[in-house]
Write a protein that binds this ligand. Structure first.
Ligand SMILES: [Zn+2]
Length: 309
């Protein structure tokens, strides 16, 4: 075999190896997930999708969030209205309607937001959770409708409203119709507050853009889940605008807490307990039972939180 044939044979072998690399579907269907090392998805699931070794809080779907918050099968999912799909007939590198159908198939959700009702200890609550895997948790008309439906349900049933956010912002495929949801959800939150009902926001994973700039920032209490980032414009965009290097931890949960944007940073496993305590105080329930010891059960400031020195 001459050297030219050798080179081509080697290159064919390399191509065969490269072809064997896992596809996106292979990775999604795999039993393993990548973190500080490979971890079995079942092990992560058993630990509320938090890595046992490095403590990383992995993204969870809306249903997984409800399972963690309420306990499995301990809640009811509400059917929220779905407006007309793809009103602008949007096409970019592919049709928006195809993206929607793929997201629905992948997540088993009608839209990125799900609303559930259940109890936290003995308090009835209406809870929303965004799924980042549904087109980046972006907010379009269906998501806006779901959030407003959840808030109306809270008002009708005299329930506090809690939302777990994670989102890239408003859905560009729906353009101004998506932007309108910022105003609509803000007005709905105002109605909730007019009814003197508590509103708690829990920022998770990455929450950015229009969600941070609307209902995400209106909570009576703002909690950041450990490891989350709370963003409006991205760090690089801001750096290039102000022409200044920003701190490495800019927009992290700890950074935003240090600068007063959120009230506390809490580990996933403690969120239910913290919210239960907060609601007990806000609703003046069991006022005799709530004391300093109860609140100090969770050491908020020791949860990856550096106090300003
Ligand atoms: Zn890890």
């Amino acid at each position: 075999m001459n050297w030219i044939k050798k080179v081509f044979t080697i290159s064919d072998k390399i191509k065969k190896i490269l072809k064997k690399r896992p596809t996106k579907e292979d990775i999604e269907n795999s039993k393993w997930i990548s973190c500080c090392g490979p971890i079995l998805k079942t092990d992560l699931n058993d630990n509320q999708w938090v890595c046992n070794k490095c403590g990383r809080h992995h993204k969870v779907s809306s249903r997984e969030r409800f399972n963690i918050f309420f306990g499995k099968n301990n809640y009811e999912i509400l059917k929220t209205p779905i407006p007309k799909d793809d009103p602008l007939k949007w096409v970019d590198s592919k049709k928006y309607i195809d993206r929607l159908n793929e997201a629905r198939k992948k997540t088993g959700q009608d839209c990125a937001v799900m609303i559930a009702v259940g109890k936290v200890d003995d308090i009835n609550v209406t809870v929303g959770a965004i799924n980042f895997n549904f087109i980046g948790g972006s907010i379009g008309t269906a998501e806006g409708e779901a959030i407003i439906y959840g808030i109306q349900h809270a008002i009708d049933n005299n329930n506090p409203f809690i939302i777990f956010t994670t989102s890239g912002g408003q859905r560009m495929h729906e353009s101004p119709l998506a932007l309108m949801q910022m105003t609509r959800t803000t007005l709905a939150i105002n109605e909730l507050k007019n009814n003197n009902l508590p509103y708690i926001v829990c920022f998770t994973s990455d929450t950015a853009g229009g969600v941070t700039a609307s209902f995400g920032s209106l909570g009576d209490i703002a909690i950041a889940e450990t490891g989350s980032n709370i963003i409006f414009a991205g760090k690089r965009v801001i750096e290039s605008t102000v022409n200044e290097k920003l701190p490495d931890d800019f927009q992290s949960a700890d950074f935003t807490k240090k600068h007063g944007f959120v009230d506390m940073v809490v580990d996933r496993k403690d969120i239910k307990k913290v919210i239960s305590n907060i609601l007990s105080i806000l609703l003046k329930k069991h006022s005799k039972e709530i004391n300093e010891n109860n609140l100090n059960d969770v050491e908020y400031d020791n949860v990856n939180t550096k106090e300003a020195s």
